[in-house]
Design a protein around this ligand. Structure first.
Ligand SMILES: *[C@@H]1O[C@H](CO)[C@@H](O)[C@H](O)[C@H]1NC(C)=O
Length: 468
């Protein structure tokens, strides 16, 4: 029950078929060995075996380390290697330590509700992530109890996650270091705190990275979600769940704007497919166990403390470095549009989803009545050509970009995203208010302060602090 999900992707390695064979049919095994000896007398066999082992050893030493395997090794030496160049595709190798009276005290204190009545106690997974940090801080600020959980993997620079963690620490939010696939840890957390809600944001993000490390998407977005829902359905009381799906579930759809009732069965990336799988898994746990579950389909979220793998983020970095930036175009020079959504608007949508989430109805792993199952688009409803994004960044940074227009590769990106937010407006009171120029200005101000504090001091009014 609890160990349905692996604690790391590699643990799903399949048993070798012979293995089973030998176990269940020892006579067949012996027969095979006898035949083997017939064809390869022992001395020859020994020589062959020696060469085979030597060949393997050479291949092993020459081969680059597979990223997903590195996550399993857990050896301190690979952890040190992971710190060097080329380690950016490796997951965190830390084995989180948790437990003990002091740890439990910190957990309880962080999750304690400080506003009455109606305060929530929320477990936020992926709390050191971009959206997770902002949502955690917003909830804490209004007096809700917040406990963070994050595995601090190195999909992107972990020091940014550590800086966000420090920010949350100052706000009074404790971020437990651990994996959502750690069923024992989750059970412990639900034992120590009676969470009213879970904000599940832990995920493997990124569309193109799925071709480099597909296992991490299954690990985080499928196995991790199941692990979390298993813990939540067994918790007493059951919390209500709000989790991050994605606008990418609309896949190859060409009818715009994207509405919640549109088909979502043509994903264009493994990332999208795992998010779509998550929506179906949510249906199961709602149906069988009475968990209240709300999925949020985010549309290109950006802002301060954002993710460095997002285009707006690395465009800013590359423009400042004078490095050419690639702007995608669709077939026949078609413009690529994105419905960029500012982080503060997303946070308001997340908080509204928590506020309006109906109660879970199950107890002891059994459903006692129907529970809400919801899904909402959280976008901005104003798609902008990616080239316009670049123009705004150029102005804010005071540096001309070296533009390179390239055909959009067919590896996960779609030509446009545009949210229909009628449903979220009606049921969550969701009203995005930040246009791209305003949002990017705040992003650039943060970016320069965080990465180039000297530049900001020297030139004073440059960049993010240009006149409004
Ligand atoms: C937007 O979604 C609502 C349902 O939430 C639907 O009634 C409406 O027709 C959609 N609008 C467009 C333009 O697709």
């Amino acid at each position: 029950m609890m160990d349905v999900a692996p604690s790391s992707p590699g643990k799903f390695k399949m048993d070798k078929p012979h293995h089973h064979h030998f176990h269940h049919h020892p006579s067949t095994a012996r027969l095979l060995l006898l035949r083997w000896h017939h064809y390869f007398p022992l001395s020859k066999f020994a020589i062959w075996a020696f060469f085979a082992i030597a060949l393997f050893a050479v291949l092993f030493l020459l081969s680059p380390r597979a990223p997903s395997d590195a996550a399993d090794s857990g050896s301190p030496s690979s952890s040190i290697l992971g710190g060097g160049g080329g380690g950016e595709h490796r997951r965190s190798l830390r084995t989180a330590s948790w437990g003990g009276p002091d740890w439990e005290k910190r957990v309880r204190s962080s999750a304690r509700i400080r506003r009455q009545p109606g305060g929530l106690s929320v477990l936020v997974t992926g709390a050191a992530g971009f959206v997770g940090t902002h949502v955690s801080a917003a909830l804490k600020k209004r007096g809700d109890g917040v406990l963070g959980l994050d595995c601090f993997n190195d999909y992107y620079d972990p020091s940014l996650k550590r800086a966000r963690q420090a920010l949350l620490k100052r706000a009074g939010v404790f971020v437990v270091e651990g994996d959502v696939n750690d069923a024992l840890l989750l059970r412990k957390l639900f034992d120590v705190v009676l969470f009213t809600h879970v904000m599940h944001l832990a995920a493997q993000a990124g569309v193109r990275y799925a071709m480099i490390n597909p296992a991490s998407y299954v690990h985080s977005n499928v196995a991790g979600l199941v692990s979390l829902l298993e813990a939540a359905k067994s918790a007493d009381p059951q919390p209500a769940i709000v989790w991050a799906s994605s606008s990418s579930v609309y896949g190859l759809n060409s009818k715009v704007p994207f509405s919640e009732s549109d088909r979502t069965d043509r994903p264009a990336s493994l990332y999208a497919a795992t998010k779509k799988a998550g929506e179906e898994i949510a249906h199961v746990y709602n149906h069988i166990y009475g968990l209240s579950i709300t999925g949020l389909r985010f549309f290109t979220v950006y802002g301060p403390w954002g993710r460095p793998d997002m285009a707006y983020f690395f465009f800013a970095r590359d423009i400042l470095r004078g490095k050419p930036i690639s702007i995608f175009e669709g077939p026949g020079h078609a413009t690529v549009f994105r419905d960029f959504t500012y982080i503060d608007d997303i946070v308001r949508g997340c908080v509204a989803a928590l506020n309006t989430a109906g109660k879970s109805t199950g107890r002891g792993g059994k459903k006692r009545g129907p529970a809400p199952l919801r899904v909402y688009n959280l976008g901005n409803t104003s798609p902008v050509p990616v080239a316009d994004l670049v123009s705004i960044l150029e102005k804010l940074l005071g540096v001309k970009a070296v533009r390179k227009v390239v055909k959009m590769p067919r590896n996960g990106d779609v030509q446009f995203t545009h949210a229909n937010i009628t449903l979220a407006r009606r049921e969550l009171g969701y009203h995005p208010t930040t246009d791209l120029r305003t949002g990017l200005k705040r992003f650039v101000r943060w970016y320069l302060q965080y990465y180039h504090p000297n530049l900001v001091k020297k030139s004073g009014s440059k960049g993010g602090s240009t006149s409004s």
